[in-house]
Design a protein around this ligand. Sequence first.
Ligand code: HEM
Ligand code: NFK
Length: 264
Amino acid sequence: MADTSEFSYGSHLQLDKLLSTQVPVSGRHDELLFIIQHQTSELWFRLVLAEIDAARSRLKAGDLRGALKALKRVAVVLYHLVQSWEVLRQLDPVDFLSFRGDLGEASGFQSWQYRLLEFALGNRERHMLDAHRDRPEAIAQLEAELSRPSLYQECLIVLDAGIGAEIPIEALVPGGGYEQQQAVLDGWAVVYRDRARHAELYDLAEQLIEIEDRFRCWRFNHVTTVERVIGAKGGTGGTSGVHYLRRMLDVVLFPELWEVRTVL
Ligand code: HEM
Ligand SMILES: N[C@@H](CC(=O)c1ccccc1NC=O)C(=O)O
């Protein structure tokens, strides 16, 4: 049926615009897959960032249940992103090489939404801003993220208030990388030892573990896909490629939540 109404499926979703943005530069068959995999990932990153922001506002407002709802959505979208590697991991190395040269120095390293996500979760390395120097809007967003508490820090503020954990102020203020703190570990231990009494804080902690678990799976699927497709070649973004990505597997976002399991 002809689309005569002003408001329709296509207009609401701005499909004409959306579907005009898959523009292969190489003319090679598999580049469409490559573009769509990246575009869909970026769309999901966008939702994840919005949900993390919602979780942080709700935590600030004392709405722990609302924050949990947003964090559950983060986890489920991450799960979907993990599964989505099933498509790209089938990319044949020879097919990728047929258009890799056309990508120049472009690389996922330049994904500012991914970097925002890492920063929002608390993996904050200032030098990561360097990849975005040619995009002032991205730098401004990334700087703004660095100047506010990470998701984990917002959770620690709630933990501190909830059980009087006496968490040192350095753990709660934004800025650089997060250092593991004994008082934070002790605080989570109180929660885990009495789940019934601290049910909401317990659920919050377990939801963070779920998120980090799935984020690790995403990183792992990325590394394995990269190794399947380009082996140990250096990356177009100037890193050592698989070796660099493997080092990122060691990043720990919520250290005390992993540690608390050992001390219980
Ligand atoms: C054939 C598929 C892919 C290959 C061969 C590949 C390869 C690489 C390599 C070698 C790097 C290291 C940076 C560099 O020197 O370029 C990298 C980083 C990155 N890639 Fe991919 N990638 C692929 C697919 C994807 C997809 C689908 C995404 C989704 C958005 C993605 C997102 C990223 C991100 C965010 C980084 C930065 C990671 C970090 O700094 O921890 N990549 N990729
Ligand atoms: N870094 C990849 C190229 C690549 O995968 C890529 C290129 C342009 C835009 C996004 C990419 N995806 C992930 O890094 C490579 O070294 O082959």
